[in-house]
Design a protein around this ligand. Structure first.
Ligand code: OOG
Length: 258
């Protein structure tokens, strides 16, 4: 019998609280799968909501070739977002001590203009988006050295640790997202570049994937939800004393200094 999902969620919560990373669950049970892992996520989400956090949306992960290759997992994953994950750029430095091995990565953020509960077409996904912006996602794997398999990273809410959201623009005012250029610079030096097409060929395809995931699990997101489409480039470690600039043409820039 697989490890009880509630027990795994509690073990991950303990790792977050104590900042002591874990060996991956799949090292002891390689049969653990995505279904088990999303059950762990459900336990984690229920515990966080019971402790007073509010659900604010969802995040996709591993939607770009750069991330899939780096992390060795070749399919997109979905996590949940609560208000506790929303950060102002100015507080990231102060939050550093609360993480284990944080990294930062550039993302496209959507705010939904309508609820999503069934699988959308690409055209429906576009129409479901009210506004679009740039986000900086902070990830912090609760597994030693970010070594995990699909079931581990899903159980760990896809490494979610924080979100800095930039200005939002009405979806209709933004050029074709697949064409937008993105850079991630550290201390003034460009480390990573990509276009929006890095995300499943078209960032709206991430929303299609999410809608299929929600439909399959009988889950839904209300209008107003925040959705992160997944990193366009590989992530950079967040190191004290460094400055990070994330830019997506037409969407904006986020500066974070730690
Ligand atoms: C997994 C989460 C990846 C993304 O946007 O690709 C992710 C990880 O890299 O630890 O959030």
């Amino acid at each position: 019998m697989s490890l009880d999902p509630a027990a795994a969620a509690a073990t991950l919560a303990q790792a977050r609280a104590t900042r002591v990373p874990l060996p991956p669950f799949t090292a002891t049970d390689p049969t653990l799968d995505a279904r088990w892992a999303y059950d762990v996520q459900d336990c984690d989400r229920a515990a966080r909501l019971a402790s007073g956090e509010s659900a604010v949306g969802a995040k996709l992960g591993l939607t770009s070739p750069a991330k899939q290759a780096r992390m060795g997992v070749d399919e997109p994953v979905v996590g949940f977002l609560t208000d506790a994950l929303r950060l102002d750029p100015g507080v990231v430095a102060g939050a550093l001590a609360g993480w284990i091995q944080p990294r930062i990565e550039p993302e496209i953020a959507f705010v939904l203009g309508r609820p999503v509960s069934s699988r959308l077409t690409l055209a429906e996904a576009r129409a479901a988006v009210a506004s679009v912006g740039i986000a900086a996602e902070i990830i912090d794997s609760r597994y030693e050295d970010y070594r995990f398999r699909l079931a581990d990273v899903v159980a760990d809410n896809t490494s979610a640790a924080g979100v800095v959201l930039g200005d939002l623009h009405p979806g209709a005012d933004v050029p074709e997202l697949a064409t937008l250029r993105c850079t991630l610079s550290v201390d003034g030096e460009v480390r990573h570049e990509a276009t929006g097409a890095a995300i499943l060929g078209d960032p709206y395809a991430a929303l299609v994937h999410l809608s299929g995931h929600l439909a399959a699990r009988g889950d839904a997101l209300p209008a107003g939800s925040l959705v992160l489409a997944g990193a366009l480039t590989d992530a950079e470690p967040l190191l004290a004393g460094s400055s990070y600039r994330l830019t997506i043409a037409s969407l904006g820039t986020i500066d974070v200094s730690v």
